[in-house]
Structures are given as C-alpha cells and as structure tokens.
Design a protein around this ligand. Structure first.
Ligand code: G3P
Length: 222
C-alpha cells in the first residue's frame, strides 16, 4: 500500500519524506491556496515539492470545461514528469480524462462519491480515482464501505485504475483502507504522524532505557 501526503506544505513534506514512508503527494486548490504566501508563487511551490518527493504529485485543474481542463493539464504536466493532473468527476471531466489518457498524461479523478462515478472515471481513462471517505462520514454515510465496493467492482472487471482513499481524517481510515486493499491512502500530515504512535511503544522504551541506566557502566564497555 502506498501513502501519499495530502498537503502542499514544504515543511510537512520534507519531514514526511525523511521518514521513508511517503510515496507521493496530493493537493487541491484549498491546500495550495494556504501555501501561496509571501514570495511563493505556484510554480516555485510545485518545483520545490517535485525536488523533495520521488513520486507522483497531483495538481488539480480549476477549469470547468473539458477543453480548458485539457489545456490546463498540458501546462501543469510541463512542470514535471511526476505531475498527475486532478480532474473533477463531472461530464466535462470525463471528456478531459479521455483526451488526457490518449495523450499519456496521468490523471486523478477527484470528488468521487459513488461506485458508479468510480466506474465512469475508470472507463474514461483515469489513472487514479479518489473517493472522499471523510466527507461521506460527515453526512452520516459510511465512507469506507464505498472503498470496499469500489475495490470489489474494480477487481470484478480487472480495472487498473488505482484507488486513492482521500479525505482521510484519522488513523482508522488508513488501517481500514489497507485491510480493504485500497492502493493508496492520502492523508494530512497530522494523520500521518499519528500512524507511528502507540503508548505501549513509548512505555516499553522508557522501561528499557531505565533498566539500562541501572547497569554497572563498567559492564557495558564494547
Ligand atoms: O485532497 C482531497 C481530500 O483529501 C480533501 O480532504 O479533509 O478536505 O475532505 P478533506
């Protein structure tokens, strides 16, 4: 299973990559808007992320017509080979996915909320599909059951589109995504950090170190 960070924050990306567990980055217009402060512009931010991460970086189009999405996608792709273009799950988005597939530009269909949408974007040629589990949970639907269903359907028909579990809000989403066999979970750095923590690890390490301190130091020469 791959872990992506769902952030455009350089400090978070640098820290996550240093842990050896980050396989890629996803962003959206909201996440990018938070980082365009001071002298930082979109191009310098994207280049910086591409320098840090050896993996796919999803950048989202903000056009709404298919022709404009395709033009925007071509411009985004010029920023780096690892750029994956995020396309909204709309009729215009389907048309853009089809054209971009023919041009060998990797795509990530975003804002997927149903199995039928996941089938449609896969048929149109999406490299990745991003169902939003947290936003379904927010409206009292079961986000993870959508992931189970999409996994089943994609497996039924040998669909190669990769499932990115998005809108991840807590570590249980990540664990469940892994158990279901989702290809990728993309998560905020705050969730990523929590994945390594366990109170019994901290307690155990504390005890080991305390016991080590009690040993006669002359016995520890090596
Ligand atoms: O990037 C898409 C998705 O992960 C956004 O998550 O928490 O804003 O629903 P959230």
């Amino acid at each position: 299973m791959k872990f992506f960070l769902d952030t455009a924050n350089i400090a978070e990306i640098e820290e996550g990559v240093s842990w050896g567990c980050v396989d890629g980055i996803t962003t959206n217009p909201t996440l990018i808007s938070k980082e365009l402060v001071g002298n930082t512009n979109f191009k310098t931010l994207v280049k910086r992320i591409l320098d840090i991460v050896d993996g796919p970086l999803s950048l989202e189009v903000t056009s709404t017509s298919s022709d404009a999405m395709v033009e925007e996608a071509k411009r985004l792709k010029k920023l780096g080979d690892n750029v994956v273009v995020k396309i909204p799950t709309t009729v215009e988005g389907l048309k853009a996915l089809k054209v971009l597939k023919a041009r060998n530009i990797d795509t990530n269909a975003t804002l997927v909320f149903s199995v039928n949408q996941a089938i449609m974007v896969a048929k149109a040629g999406a490299t990745y599909a991003s169902p939003f589990v947290g936003r379904l949970d927010d409206i009292s639907e079961d986000g993870m059951s959508l992931i189970e269903d999409i996994r089943d359907v994609y497996d039924n028909y040998n669909i190669e589109t990769k499932i990115i579990v998005a809108s991840v809000r807590h570590p249980i989403h990540v664990r469940d995504a892994a158990l279901i066999g989702a290809d990728i979970a993309t998560m905020p750095f705050e969730v990523f950090k929590k994945l390594i923590n366990h109170p019994k690890t901290d307690e155990g390490l504390k005890r080991f170190l305390a016991d080590w301190q009690k040993i006669d130091k002359s016995k520890l020469v090596f």
